[in-house]
Design a protein around this ligand. Structure first.
Ligand code: EPZ
Length: 420
């Protein structure tokens, strides 16, 4: 086990290069199951979640390797269509193999994902989508078992905008017979990237990036190469680090248009923002102004930036209201931030943050990926030495985070720890 040891108070400045998008990789990888061949996906991040998906793909018979940023996936040996609980419980995104296995092989047995640090995370929309495409789906001892000779195109309207369900249905519909129209489809850049990849493979898709995606099924797809998009949440996390502990930070190799809601909120908080084609430069404000946010599906303020925003607002000169509309109980980071001296009160899905003049170092524990990020951000500015336990949560979604932060002047070390 490892922990991060952070000596707070260092001023950050310089350049940081953003890695490929975790939540795009986790969709692009299973999409390769739809065709035989060797696929090369560039700008793939080296993350725990990517290696978990690699393990899952190899369990199915594919061969996956990552050399630097270039991932190679050979799907010619796929001969198993079951995603076991042992792997699925580590990562909810494992359910992304359901659609492609069903579409290509007519059968899939995928463990139900189970809960996560915050609340239940249902998969009903995934299952209903497969059923609407003509699959016979049964639930048996914790597994989703789906069968279909050939899927048939359908009109599928999601009551809730769901990134995962949109991606799964897209990957099933591309090989279905006839037209599929997905209403209330997710607009997230990671889903657009998945759609672009599928089109490179020969799929016929219209409406990517809008809430209505139309897919004309084809009989087969072929291999293709692709370059992954930058990780907008990693970029956002470093921009919040800049607003809290900067100086001036340039976040390079990112896509400014993917984080416009965050950029405007950072400007409202007093930060100076300038953007280039593939970079954003932030200059920290002398004082952080309180700014309310309410999370929303893309292009709204991302729920994956909510914990980081609470860390920023805990250092503001006033009070702010943080409303979480996607996951009503995604506040496991708050009790740990309180240990660092933050003043946050949670009522149902709303956190009221009263800015404090100083945060005080403490030993805190990560509970999930983005919660860990908020604790590290707070530790960067807390007086004294903060220890953040269970860094494996961070490694799921941030590539070499301590090296990137040290490159900006932070005093952070990854230290062996026997504390669980
Ligand atoms: C994706 O999860 C991301 N993960 C999450 O990022 C992100 O928080 C989430 O989208 C929302 O943006 C990946 O892309 C791998 P959803 P996903 O389906 O697809 C409800 C991170 O930190 N819902 O868009 O699982 C659900 O409960 C992770 O990188 C159903 O009710 O999220 C939630 O309230 C955390 N039934 C809402 O929809 C379903 O069948 C949005 O969830 C599916 C979802």
């Amino acid at each position: 086990m490892y922990k991060f040891v952070i000596n707070g108070g260092k001023r950050l400045s310089g350049n940081v290069v953003i890695s490929g998008a975790k939540n795009a990789s986790l969709a692009l990888m299973p999409a390769t199951l739809l065709a035989p061949g060797t696929f090369r996906i560039d700008n793939t991040p080296d993350l725990r979640d990517v290696s978990t998906m690699s393990q899952l793909m190899e369990t199915l018979g594919a061969r996956v390797s990552l050399n630097g940023k270039l991932q190679t996936i050979d799907t010619r040996g796929v001969n198993n269509f079951e995603a076991p609980y042992e792997l699925v419980k580590k990562m909810r995104a494992s359910i992304y193999v359901l659609g492609p296995l069903l579409a290509r092989y007519g059968y899939a047995k995928v463990s139900m994902p189970g809960g996560c640090a915050w609340g239940p995370r249902p998969v009903n929309l995934h299952i209903e989508g497969m059923e609407k495409l003509g699959a016979e789906v049964t639930l048996d001892s914790g597994y989703i078992i789906a069968r279909a000779k050939r899927l048939n195109g359908a009109r599928i309207n999601f009551d809730v905008s769901s990134v995962g369900a949109t991606g799964n249905v897209m990957m099933a519909a591309v090989l279905a017979k006839g037209m599929t129209v997905i209403g209330n489809a997710a607009l997230e850049p990671e889903i657009v990237a998945l759609g672009e990849f599928l089109k490179r493979m020969g799929a016929r898709i219209d409406g990517l990036g809008t809430s209505t995606v139309t897919i004309e099924g084809v009989d087969e797809l072929h291999r293709s190469d692709f370059k992954n998009i930058p990780d907008r949440i990693e970029a956002g996390t470093f921009l919040v680090a800049g607003a809290m502990a900067g100086g001036k930070i340039k976040v390079a190799d990112c896509e400014p248009s993917h984080i416009s809601s965050l950029l405007s909120k950072l400007e409202e908080a007093g930060a100076k923002i300038s953007t280039d084609k593939d970079s954003v430069t932030i200059e920290a404000p002398d004082k952080i102004l309180p700014v309310d946010i309410s999370t929303a599906p893309y292009p709204g303020f991302p729920t994956d930036m909510q914990a980081q925003w609470i860390a920023l607002m805990s250092r503001s000169v006033g009070s702010s209201v943080i409303t979480e509309t996607i996951y009503f109980d995604r506040f496991k980071h708050v009790p740990e931030l309180l240990r660092l001296g933050a003043d946050v009160e949670v009522k149902e899905n709303v956190a009221i943050v009263k800015g404090v003049r100083f945060l005080k170092a403490a030993k805190v524990m990560s509970t999930d990926l983005r919660a860990s990020a908020s604790l590290i951000l707070a530790g960067l500015v807390a007086e004294g030495t903060t220890e953040v336990l269970r860094v494996y949560h961070m490694d799921r979604g941030y590539e070499r985070i301590e090296e990137k932060l040290r490159g900006l002047g932070a005093d952070i070390e990854r230290v062996q720890s026997d504390e669980f």
